[in-house]
Design a protein around this ligand. Sequence first.
Ligand code: 5AD
Ligand code: SF4
Length: 442
Amino acid sequence: MSKSKNLYIKTFGCQMNVYDSERMATSLGADGYNEVSSPEEADMILLNTCHIREKAAEKIYSDLGRFKSLKAKNPDLKIGVTGCVAQAEGEEIIKRQPLVDIVVGPQAYHRLPAMAKSIENGKKVVDTDFPEEDKFEHLPAAPKTKRAPSAFLTVQEGCDKFCAFCVVPFTRGAEVSRPVLQIINEARDLVERGVRDITLLGQNVNAYHGAMKSGDANLPQLIKELSKIEELKRIRFTTSHPNDMTQELIDAHGEMEKLMPYLHLPVQSGSDKILKGMNRKHTAKSYLEVIENLRVARPDIALSGDFIVGFPGETDEDFEQTLELVREVKYAQAYSFKYSTRPGTPAAENKNQVPEEIKSERLSRLQALLSQHQKEFMGTMVGKVLPVLLERPGRLDGQLVGRSEYLHGVHASIDQAQIGDIVNLRILGADTNSLRAEFVSK
Ligand code: 5AD
Ligand code: SF4
């Protein structure tokens, strides 16, 4: 092991990037890097980036610009760009910002320790390969230290769906599922370190088909295997495509106790014409049928979604159909975005781009409706007694903050239980983003 150095990682974008950042920290940790919480202390800075919308991608360059003064103070400071912008832009990043030493895509970050060595003498490295080898097999196991009770675990990566707006099939590559045993071992490891709630991650997680002794396992089979880990109490998965919501997976929501009654199921638009233009391969009706079946299987299921407004060709009427779908589903929570033109995607070539002011106006109308529903849903929690997984200390003395089955943050004054316990709390009130509660029982 070489002498200890400090590593600072800043993560942008989705939950998979959060997971990847953890794996990168572990990987470099085995090579003598300690993670620190500010760039000023660092010997190496990594920006783990997101390419999904233009704003997210451009933000990287303003951040990099800010590191100029740090590099002037410490010429040995190494700067790396990882993640989806690295994959999409490759060596262009170094051309645009020469202070960058490493550019590495999401499929090659297991090679970071070797790269860190090869840049020590001033060389630069760009690695945007989609290597043959399984990166997960080449990443060191995390040290057996205690960790927070909720964790992400990537089980599937990449996407073969090619929605017309999306860069993911290009930045993350083709769909690949990890073998069941590899996932079980990682989950066991997390549970030994104190994890009780695992969110299985994949860009198309419900298309999971990982190798198992007896042939390929699908997502419900994987969840069933994971349910056997006794100390693992809660299982979730994200993100799903409506077309891969099989009846078996829908039924699993009613049958598997550890599977939480919460599902993130993006629809993007309520207009069939726009869905067709987006190459979503489903209609508003087929999406609503999936929701209906889910509610039959698990009547208390809460739904979350993603929406894009102002996709090329979207008229007022198309947008009204999105609002209509939202009124019908009544999401507990949702993410909504203005369409952002991404280089290399089919929709970027479309001549019918929607003016920015119209996109903004539609987004605020949609968000007003979504937040009204979110508020109403949170309101229905008041007075109920809910099982809450305690996750961390709160801001006030004696206060703990936990998470409900529906992913609401819940805070209460508790001295009868500790972090990692699931306790019953009575909900006393709802604030904008969290719930207030009192302790009832363990
Ligand atoms: N513009 C705006 N939003 C996008 N998303 C993906 N690509 C784009 C884009 N080009 C949104 C989708 C997706 C979520 C992760 O990001 O809603 O589900
Ligand atoms: Fe962003 Fe998609 Fe990459 Fe996640 S996978 S970081 S959302 S571009």
